[in-house]
Structure formats: C-alpha cells, structure tokens
Design a protein around this ligand. Structure first.
Ligand code: SAM
Ligand code: ZN
Length: 279
C-alpha cells in the first residue's frame, strides 16, 4: 500500500481519498479523471508542473497504442508474471500506462491477483495511466499516484517487484521498497535503438553507448535483447515517437523539418530487458 508522504504511516484507500492514522488526507481524483492521487508534496516539487507535459503524454499514447513496442511489452509481462510471488508490483515511472495496462490485463486473464501501483512525476501521465487501467477486472487491483522515483511513497520492503521502462533509475529507493529477494526489471535502449530516426535527424548519427547495466545492491539474473525493425506510418506516430525521445530537445530546426516531411519512417528498435534480484 502507499505510505503517507508526510509521516510515512500506511495510507488507507477510501472512496474519495487516501488517509493515514494521523489524518493526513490526499484526495482521489474523480472516476472521470481516472482515479489517481497526488502524493507529491509541494515542497518536494522541482517545478510547478514536473515530468512529461500533456502534449508529450498524448504523443506517447498515439505511438505506443499503435503497437510498435508490443514485443517489449510482451517480454516485460512474461518476465514479471513468471517471477515467484510477484503479487505486489510497482511501475516506477509509468508514463501514460501502456505497459501497466498490458501487464494488468494479462494478470486478470490468468487470474493472478496483482496488487499493482504506478507512479510518475507527471500528473498528465498518471491521469492517463489510471484511465487506461480503470476497467480491468478483479482479481487485479491498481492504484496510481503522482510521486517521485527518488522518494517513493512506499514502506521499506513492502513490494515484490519494481519495474522501469526508460525512466530514471533510483536503485537505492528500489532496493529500500523491495522485500529481501525481491526483483527489479528494467528496459534500456540498445546500441541500435531508433537508429533510423537518428539518420533523419542528424548528419552523423552515432549508436547509443551501452552500459554494463550493473546496479548497486542488485545482482543481474538475466539479460534479454529484443531487436527488430518496423516501418512507422504517418506523421502522428512519427511525431509521437520523436516527442518520447531525448532527441526532441537536442535536434536542429533543419533535422526536425526533415522529419516533418516524412510519411513513413523505417527504423531499428533495440531494447535490453534486464532482470535483477535484490542482493
Ligand atoms: C521516457 S518516459 C517513460 C515512461 C513509460 N515508462 C513509457 O515507457 O512509456 C520517462 C518518464 O519518467 C517520468 N519521470 C521523470 N523523472 C521522474 C521522477 N523523478 N520520478 C518519477 N517519474 C519521473 C517522466 O514524467 C516520464 O513519464
Ligand atoms: Zn500521515
């Protein structure tokens, strides 16, 4: 369960709010807004509107919903659902909830009673994620909150699995909230990820630098490479993808203009999916 960001006591979920024994109370947004809670205290915010903005979140939904990253989502689902006792699961940096929805639907279909949490710094992301997942039936249940990966609203050793797709890695916090022997699953870009996109944006594109993926406090259990090519059709998905990448901030006007003229884009997609166990 979530813990209170003020006093760290457990938060009880009620119809309209989360509340702790010291009466710190956090409203749940109404059902039409997807039912999420803001657990980010104003004095912990780095800006008034942190994380991905509304345009980036809707671009991400356009791109992801078209299925180009489904092989990653399938592999992530299999990984999380095959871990022993993976009942209490956190998506750390859930964005607009694409991976959360797939995992929850797969668990519901298999009758696995997941107690699922998604957190992100972006209220637009969390709102969209909660909406994506609100109709998934029991035995899974999900709660979404605005919160930070570097100050997670969970008690020590209270989760079985944390996973993270392309969001900041807070290994100290992940280790704190995982039970002994709990698992962390992370997706990272591989060397050739989105090379076709970079060939349009840059005169001299270079491959992503691949790290060794070691994390303090964790041992690596398995590494899986998921690599394939796709043709992206239409400006909506091309721009949706562009906005998801760090290149969105680093591209020249000329590069962005070249991309705007394309009706389709062929690119390599290249991920590493790494399973860790808390040491
Ligand atoms: C590249 S996106 C990945 C989102 C999602 N996992 C996906 O793949 O669609 C990175 C996400 O991390 C979020 N983020 C950035 N800093 C964060 C922090 N300190 N705590 C929680 N989320 C954060 C952003 O708002 C954004 O949604
Ligand atoms: Zn409290």
């Amino acid at each position: 369960m979530f813990r209170c960001p003020v006093c760290h006591s457990p938060l009880q979920k009620e119809d309209t709010r989360f509340v702790c024994e010291n009466r710190h109370s956090f409203d749940r947004a109404g059902r039409s807004r997807g039912g999420y809670v803001n657990l980010l205290l104003a004095n912990k915010k780095s800006s008034s509107d942190p994380g991905d903005n509304a345009l980036m979140i809707s671009g991400r939904t356009t791109f992801l919903s078209a299925g180009y990253y489904q092989p990653l989502s399938d592999a992530l689902c299999e990984s999380v659902l095959s871990l022993p006792q993976s009942l209490r699961v956190l998506d750390a940096g859930c964005g607009e909830g694409y991976y959360a929805q797939h995992l929850l639907e797969a668990a519901a279909q298999r009758g696995i009673p997941l107690d699922f949490y998604g957190i992100d710094l972006s209220k637009y992301g969390v709102k969209a994620a909660a909406k994506r997942c609100q109709k998934i039936p029991l035995p899974v249940q999900s709660s979404f909150g605005v919160g930070s990966i570097f100050d997670l609203p969970f008690a020590d050793e209270s989760l079985d699995v944390v996973y993270n797709v392309f969001s900041p890695i807070g290994e100290q916090e992940f280790s704190r909230v995982l039970r002994p022997g709990g698992h962390f699953v992370a997706a990272y870009p591989g060397a050739r990820h989105l090379f076709g996109l970079k060939e349009i944006l840059y005169e001299h594109p270079y491959e992503n630098e691949e790290k060794n993926h070691e994390l303090q406090g964790f041992s690596i259990q398995s590494r899986q490479r998921i690599a394939y090519r796709r043709r992206l059709d239409g400006q909506a998905v091309i721009q949706g993808l562009f906005m998801m990448t760090p290149y969105y901030y680093k591209t020249s006007v000329a590069g962005a203009e070249r991309l705007k003229k394309l009706e389709s884009l062929e690119t390599e997609i290249d991920f590493w999916l790494i399973e860790y166990q808390k040491a």
